[in-house]
Ligand binder design. Structure first.
Ligand SMILES: Cc1cc2nc3c(=O)[nH]c(=O)nc-3n(C[C@H](O)[C@H](O)[C@H](O)COP(=O)(O)OP(=O)(O)OC[C@H]3O[C@@H](n4cnc5c(N)ncnc54)[C@H](O)[C@@H]3O)c2cc1C
Length: 385
């Protein structure tokens, strides 16, 4: 159950102003929650016909815990936290090369299924915020009195502020800041993720990783499901049609056919279904996250990549920080947006740097030299995942 916060003592002026949030995932739902508490009149739009479900579990740690406590949601998160998971790197004969047992896992770090966290966050805004599914922003005009937004159904409304929380391929970012390629840092690979019912190929509450240079398979076992992750490295970006799911499945087969360990069984589960996530592994790096009355939160402004294991946390932290900045600066949204960036960007850069260097080399070693170094770190207990 969610304990709602008491209304804030000094609602941020201009209390009651209409504001728009684009995207109803972690960044969007958390941002909408805080804006509602600050007294804004919030509308949230989501391009999908409902909350976009699926995906692998989300890590909750560090500052995210404090923010969820302030939102009155931490007890609900903890109640649905997954049991701690052991983590093992394997060789082709399924021998363990090293890893972590559950005894070393910290209770200051939780994992929760993505859908459970979405439901908890959604219940925090349900009934108090206008939610429009199946809508997207078509046009934005930033003027002296607000941002006039045209939605894809043709409706036009003016908002005091617009929050782009629409993910790695953000529509808001594209409309306001331009071509996404200007802000996309390609990390040198592609990832396929699929959640399937229990496969029996690994015990529950265990993660296993198997790599050969340039290719990695990751399996996460739970009581009720198995995550299959398959990733391959490339020199540069490859051409593919993001709508063509059969082409993406073929790419995975081409890269993983013939590999040993549990890969043949994992490939059987690739099957023919379209219910998987496939994308390049990338980050979003921007010099600023706002322009005029429009500001970006979460992956839209600073995607840290799945390798960082912090995308969900970063979105919730971003939402909490933008709310703090708006509360601090009152009606001066420009100062609030600057403050939000100034106080958060160093942390974002640190997480991105760690993921792009150590994270990639550990989880997706690209050649024999990186494999050897990873194995040395495993033997000597130097890996800090
Ligand atoms: C279905 C799904 C599965 C995922 N699975 C994984 C996973 O397995 N592992 C992993 O590391 N990360 C995964 N992610 C990404 C992860 O959720 C994010 O990295 C992280 O949680 C940051 O959250 P976010 O809210 O900033 O972005 P996201 O979670 O990506 O959410 C963006 C939201 O904006 C919506 N949106 C997109 N375009 C528009 C538009 N034009 N108008 C309105 N709304 C729009 C999307 O539908 C989505 O609901 C997944 C994301 C989604 C949407």
């Amino acid at each position: 159950m969610i304990n709602h916060l008491a209304p804030v003592q000094n609602p941020t002026p201009p209390s009651g102003s209409p504001v728009l949030v684009s995207g109803a995932s972690f960044a969007g739902l958390a941002t909408a929650f805080w804006l509602d508490r600050l007294g804004y009149q919030v509308t949230i739009i989501e391009v999908a016909s409902g909350l976009r479900r699926g995906g692998t579990p989300v890590d909750i740690e560090g500052e995210t815990i404090g923010i969820l406590e302030r939102m009155g949601m931490f007890d609900a998160v903890r109640a649905r936290a997954l049991p701690p998971r052991a983590f093992a790197f394997k060789d082709a004969d399924d021998r363990s090369l090293g890893g972590f047992g559950v005894e070393g896992s910290s209770r200051a770090r939780f994992e929760i299924h993505r859908d459970d966290l979405l439901d908890i966050l959604f219940s925090g805004i349900d009934g108090s915020v206008e939610v429009l599914f199946g809508r997207s922003i078509k046009q934005l005009e930033d003027g002296p009195d607000g941002v006039t937004v045209t939605l894809d159904d043709g409706t036009r409304r003016t908002f005091a502020l617009v929050f782009g929380c629409d993910g790695n391929r953000s529509n808001t970012r594209k409309l306001v800041f331009g071509d996404e390629e200007n802000f996309t840092y390609f990390m040198g690979g592609y990832v396929y993720l699929k959640v399937v019912p229990v496969t029996g190929i690994l015990p529950p509450n265990v993660s296993e990783v198997f790599s050969v240079p340039g290719r990695t398979a990751i399996l996460n076992g739970y009581d009720d499901r198995t995550d299959i992750g398959l990733a391959f490295r490339t020199e540069g970006e490859i051409e593919y049609d993001y709508r063509d799911r059969a082409q993406q499945r073929a790419l995975i087969r081409d890269h993983f056919d013939g590999l040993g360990w549990k890969v043949p069984t994992a490939l059987k589960h690739v099957g023919t279904g379209d219910d998987f996530y496939f994308d390049r592994i990338n980050q979003i790096r921007m010099p600023s996250w706002s322009k005029g009355r429009v500001v970006l939160v979460g992956d839209a402004g600073y995607c840290v990549s799945p390798v960082a294991g912090m995308g969900g946390s970063m979105a919730i932290i971003g939402a909490g920080r933008i709310a703090d900045a708006l509360e601090r600066h009152g009606a001066d949204y420009a100062a609030a947006f600057q403050d939000y960036h100034d106080k958060l960007h160093a942390f974002v850069e640190e997480v991105q740097e760690r993921a792009a260097n150590d994270g990639m080399a550990t989880i997706f070693p690209t050649d024999d030299a990186e494999m050897t170094e990873r194995d040395r770190k495993l033997r000597e207990g130097e890996l800090g995942l």
